[in-house]
Design a protein around this ligand. Sequence first.
Ligand code: SAH
Length: 467
Amino acid sequence: MLLTLTTTHQPATDLGYLLRKNPMRPQSFSLSFGKAHVFYPEATPERCTVALLVKVDPVGLVRNRRGPAGEGGALEQYVNDRPYAASSFLSVAIADVFASALSGKSKERPELADVPLPLRVTFSALPCRGGEEFLRKLFEPLGYTMSARQLPLDEKFPDWGQSAYYRVELEARLPVQKLLSHLYVLVPVLDNDKHYWVGDDEVEKLLHHGEGWLASHPEREVITRRYLKHQRSLVDDALAQLVGEDEADPDATVETQAQEEEAIERSISLNEQRLSAVLAALKASNAIRVLDLGCGEGRLLQALLNEKQFTEIIGLDVSHRALEIAHARLHYDRLPPVQKERLHLLHGSLIYRDQRLAGFDAAAVVEVIEHLDAPRLAVFERVLFECDKPKTIVITTPNREYNVKWETLPAGKFRHRDHRFEWTRAEFQEWAKCLADSAGYQTRFLPVGPEDPIVGPPTQMAVFQRG
Ligand code: SAH
């Protein structure tokens, strides 16, 4: 499988610096499925072309059980298109061999890393059962001009007709990093049929490499579905995170902004008071099986784990990063087996029905609703109050009236940049009562944190009880 990348940016040999591969020196790399070779068929100041030749070893693949799933029988494991056609193996090779360029870094030419350069890519054989039209739908919205020639099944036997492979040329003026990230995601999308196993971290990779272009791509759903090989739960997770360009990256949100909120609220360790209030409400409900929806970094999970009453605890979050932090904070890997059985961390979204959440006694939704915009909040209400329907639901959210009391918070600002709203006590209570009435719950409201006589407490909590 051969990929070439050409530039006429001057001096064109800067391409070597951007890719961190010396034009004068061919290099080879060992990969888990074969070898990759990088060399420059031409390298002049006017024009420079780098070639990436990926050699897949089908026998090695069988040994490592990474080959095609064998729908064509045992023979297909040995005789297949992997060595010749662009596939997910090419993406792996790009990520490995051009790692720094793919991450947008250049040690020697940092000023060039973000600059759009005239680039041309050729693929010797790109599989595309959807035909040329599908190729165009993928690449043209990203600014490429494309030419594609369908390859015959066998040049010596024209009667056999055409294959599903294309020789493709793409041209665009883009930063090298952008182009590599497009290829990284779209090549496996084209190679729809056969692929080795897709794991949870593929969602993360897709969102990472799709940053800045996938959310606004008209084919984002098809791309996501095919990249994740139609695995429903993964696709739902990824799409939930991609909705709308305005949506902040949930992981970035978790890492940077949680700290801001924490700094503002630290003076009274509001976090701890909130946790004990929620924990007390859950214990009082006599719940045994509990959900922590939007569990974040797992503080409540830790407290729940310490209470024997709770025999099954699920923490769910849309952010992978948050779950990783929770996993580490709880020392999950080192928990004794009995404890491990009680606690499960799930990657998922509050705005999708999820069978895994059915049949629980209680759910805590702590400082999460304010992260949902109006349409998502409405879906969340339906999913939790009409589908999952735990007996007890505990929801907390900031009390906006209290914001005047935070010294470090500029007037009129929310406590957290990702908050879509912050409600007054009256607004929260009206929302909760209305929801409770229509779903058949009773509500109680409790203050959390020091209560000011005029503006009330910093956090407000509603406990919903199904009658
Ligand atoms: N409950 C935690 C975290 C609150 S921060 C605590 O009190 O510390 C809000 C959390 O909600 C973040 O971890 C964020 O990733 C998560 N979140 C936001 N939207 C979500 C959604 N649609 N589905 C699941 N989790 C979501």
